[in-house]
Write a protein that binds this ligand. Structure first.
Ligand code: NDP
Ligand code: OXD
Length: 309
């Protein structure tokens, strides 16, 4: 049984070591040195070269090394009928929740304003309400958004979330549909985006939706740059409709040096490092799915090609 690491991004060493530790019987190969193509059973894909995945006639599953699959789905020559399994990794989830909690607390405790006061050597005791008075809205209540919502609720925040299907998460109000989006945006003082990038969500953080937000709300986008219409965000920041934005992802990565986000006083940037897949825990998810596939059981979560996530 052979698994092929197929990526133009990063080095395979950590993955190879993790697979060796988890299941030494799995033969780990690195594209383009796949050996005889009919020997490849599974592929690990992240930023792969388009068109190569269809070259393996006995392929049983494609494992995305990331949670977001929008780049993988850009490959117009994906082998038909081969399931694509998204990454669900304990470390990825925990680290994303750390990122969201960090930045929600930063806004809740008015740190951007306090930092500006310090730069001006001004002593001003800004008031902060208790967490239960702070309304946080999360776009996307899936693996990552659901965990972040749950942990923010445990910290006492007044949390709501928006998803395709209604959710039951303790302490989290669930909104769905266009009307639900408008209601959730209107109530939220801090909006977090953890949606997948699909045809339905591309450009969702746009002028019309910024206008639906509470005036002076803050935005945290840890999903994909394509969710934000950047000129609309700059206009919303300049008009104070949006007070501040924390962006882990942007439309062009790395962000060009000339981009106004770099020097914008109301923007905090991080270099798409909110959370990274961690091979030692991620391989457990992959190997568990391989065992399911071999036993004829359904793998999870398999990408729904119609919904694009
Ligand atoms: P999931 O698929 O588990 O969750 C997606 C959520 O979005 C679900 O709740 C889903 O609803 C909801 N959703 C999808 N489309 C719509 C829509 N049109 N309207 C309303 N709700 C919608 O994904 P993950 O939580 O695992 O990951 C989310 C994203 O986070 C990834 O796609 C990736 O882009 C990003 N990411 C960013 C990282 C970073 O470092 N910055 C790291 C890892 C991921 P429902 O539950 O009803 O299906
Ligand atoms: C992911 C990412 O999608 O790292 O996993 O962005």
């Amino acid at each position: 049984m052979a698994i092929l690491y197929c990526s133009n991004w990063g080095a395979p060493d950590a993955w190879q070591a993790a697979f060796r530790a988890e299941d030494p019987a799995l033969e780990f190969r690195v594209w383009p040195d796949s050996g005889p193509r009919e020997e490849i059973d599974y592929v690990l894909a992240w930023h792969h070269q388009q068109g190569v995945l269809r070259q393996y006639p006995k392929l049983k599953a494609i494992f995305s090394l990331g949670a977001g699959v929008e780049k993988l789905l850009l490959d117009k020559e994906l082998p038909a009928g081969i399931p694509i399994v998204r990454m669900v990794d304990r470390a990825l989830t925990v680290c994303m929740t750390e990122y969201v909690v960090l930045h929600v607390l930063r806004y809740h405790r008015r740190m951007p304003e306090l930092e500006a006061l310090q730069r001006r050597a001004e002593w001003n005791e800004l008031e902060t309400p208790p967490a239960w008075e702070r309304k946080v809205g999360i776009l996307g209540l899936g693996v990552l958004g659901g965990d972040a919502a749950e942990k923010l609720a445990v910290l006492g925040f007044d949390v709501a979330g928006w998803s395709n299907a209604p959710k039951q998460i303790t302490g989290v109000k669930s909104f769905t549909g266009e009307k639900g989006l408008a209601e959730m945006l209107a109530r939220s003082e801090i909006v977090v985006c953890l949606l997948p990038l699909t045809g339905a969500t591309r450009g969702i953080l746009n002028r019309a939706n910024f206008a639906q937000m509470r005036r002076g709300a803050s935005l945290i986008n840890a999903a994909r740059g394509g969710h934000v219409v950047e000129t609309d965000l700059l206009a919303a920041l300049d008009s104070d409709q949006v007070a501040h934005a924390t962006l882990d992802v942007v439309s062009e990565e790395p962000l060009p040096a000339s981009h106004p986000f770099w020097r914008h006083p109301k923007v905090t940037l991080t270099p798409h490092n909110a959370s990274l897949t961690w091979p030692p825990t991620a391989v457990k998810h992959i190997v568990a799915n391989i065992r399911k596939q071999q036993a004829g059981q359904p793998m999870s979560p398999v990408v729904d090609m119609a919904r694009e996530y």
